[in-house]
Design a protein around this ligand. Structure first.
Ligand SMILES: Cc1cc2nc3c(=O)[nH]c(=O)nc-3n(C[C@H](O)[C@H](O)[C@H](O)COP(=O)(O)OP(=O)(O)OC[C@H]3O[C@@H](n4cnc5c(N)ncnc54)[C@H](O)[C@@H]3O)c2cc1C
Length: 296
C-alpha cells in the first residue's frame, strides 16, 4: 500500500481576518497605532505590505458614510494601511494619521482616519483584509546591496519602519540610512522607539531628520536639519547612491488634486513624492533600485 504524502497546509495571503485591538498608542497629536491581536491565524506578510479596512463595518460611520456615498455617487472603498509591525512581532500593527478637512481645499471631510485615530478603544473587534502590495523588502536584498536608503515623510514612514525592524531583527547584512521629513519635531512618528533602535544598532542604522516648520530644528540633534528632503541632503548622507537600494514613501498628489487642477486650470504644486523622486533620480539612483509607495 502506498503512503499518502502529507498535505501541505497552504496559507492564502489575501484573506479577511477578525482582529481585536489589543492596545492603542497615541504616537503624535494626530497619529495613533493600533496593535491588533489576530488569534491563531497564520500571518503571511512581508515587511512593507499593507492591509485594508472597510469603513462600512463601523456602526458609528453608518450615516456619515451613506451621506458621503450619496454626495459622491459611489460606494466608499476600503482604505489601505501599511503594516507597522514586522512579521517577527507578536501583534499586527497599523499606524493611522488623521486626515484633515480644510474648507475650500479638500472637497469632502475624511471618512475613516478620524475614527481610527480617536475613537477605537482597546477591545474593539474589526475585520481587516490582507496582506499585499508591491512595496516590500525583497528576499534577496543582501545580494542586491549592503545599503538601504529610506526616504519618507509623515505616515509614509510606516512600511519602512516594518522593513527596518525586520532587517535588524534578522541581522541581515545591510545597513540603513533613514531620511525622514516632517513638519515639526513633535510630528515625528515612533521618535523614541526609533532612537532606541538607532542606539542598539549604531553601525547599522543612521537617522536623519528634515523638519520643514520647526523654528530651531538643529537644536534637536546633529542629524536634524531645517527644511525639506532634497538632493543636497541625500548627497550629504548617502556616499554612493548608485549602489544603494532606495525605498521612498509618502504623500503624493491624489487623483482628486489632479482632477481639480484640470477643472480650475490651477498649476499643481508637487507634493513629497513628486519632489523626492526627482531628487533621488538626480543623485544617480538607477530606476531599477528605486521602490516607491504613494499615499494620495
Ligand atoms: C498603499 C497605501 C498604504 C497606506 N498606508 C497608510 C498608513 O500606514 N497610514 C495612514 O495614515 N494612511 C495610509 N494610507 C492612506 C489611507 O489609505 C487613507 O487614504 C487615509 O487614511 C485617508 O482616509 P479617510 O477615509 O480618512 O479619508 P477619505 O475619505 O479617503 O478622504 C481623503 C481625501 O480625499 C478626498 N476625496 C475623497 N473622495 C473624493 C471624491 N470622490 N472626490 C474628490 N475628493 C475626494 C477628500 O476630500 C479628502 O481630502 C495608505 C494609502 C495607500 C494607498
Amino acid at each position: 500500500m502506498s503512503e499518502t504524502p502529507p498535505v501541505k497546509k497552504k496559507t492564502k495571503r489575501i484573506k479577511k481576518l477578525e482582529v481585536m485591538v489589543a492596545e492603542t498608542i497615541r504616537e503624535t497629536h494626530d497619529t495613533t497605532t493600533l496593535l491588533l491581536f489576530s488569534g491563531n491565524d497564520i500571518l503571511d506578510y512581508k515587511p512593507g505590505h499593507f492591509c485594508t479596512i472597510d469603513p462600512h463595518q463601523f456602526d458609528g460611520l453608518e450615516r456619515w458614510g451613506r451621506f458621503l456615498e450619496y454626495q459622491k455617487g459611489k460606494k466608499e472603498k476600503p482604505r489601505a494601511y501599511s503594516l507597522a509591525s514586522s512579521p517577527h512581532e507578536k501583534y499586527l500593527a497599523v499606524t493611522i494619521k488623521e486626515e484633515r478637512y480644510i474648507p475650500g481645499k479638500t472637497k469632502y471631510p475624511p471618512l475613516l482616519s478620524p475614527i481610527l485615530v480617536r475613537r477605537i478603544p482597546r477591545g474593539t473587534r474589526m475585520e481587516i483584509t490582507g496582506f499585499t502590495g508591491p512595496y516590500y523588502l525583497p528576499d534577496d536584498i543582501e545580494s542586491r546591496t549592503d545599503h538601504i536608503v529610506h526616504i519618507c515623510a509623515g505616515s509614509g514612514f510606516v512600511p519602512n519602519w516594518s522593513i527596518i525592524k525586520y532587517a535588524l531583527h534578522k541581522n541581515l547584512n545591510v545597513r540603513h540610512t533613514l531620511i525622514y521629513g516632517n513638519r515639526s519635531w513633535e510630528d515625528v512618528i515612533y521618535r523614541h522607539a526609533l532612537e532606541d533602535l538607532r542606539s542598539e544598532h549604531p553601525d547599522k542604522l543612521k537617522v536623519v531628520h528634515a523638519l520643514s516648520r520647526e523654528p530651531d530644528a538643529e537644536s534637536h540633534g546633529p542629524h536634524v536639519h531645517a527644511g525639506r528632503v532634497n538632493a543636497e541632503l541625500i548627497n550629504k548622507y548617502v556616499e554612493d547612491p548608485s549602489a544603494a537600494e532606495v525605498f521612498a514613501c509618502g504623500p503624493a498628489l491624489s487623483k482628486w488634486d489632479k482632477l481639480q487642477a484640470k477643472e480650475t486650470g490651477e498649476e499643481l504644486t508637487p507634493r513629497f513624492m513628486e519632489s523626492v523622486v526627482a531628487a533621488i533620480e538626480s543623485v544617480g539612483v538607477p530606476k531599477k533600485r528605486l521602490h516607491l509607495e504613494s499615499y494620495g
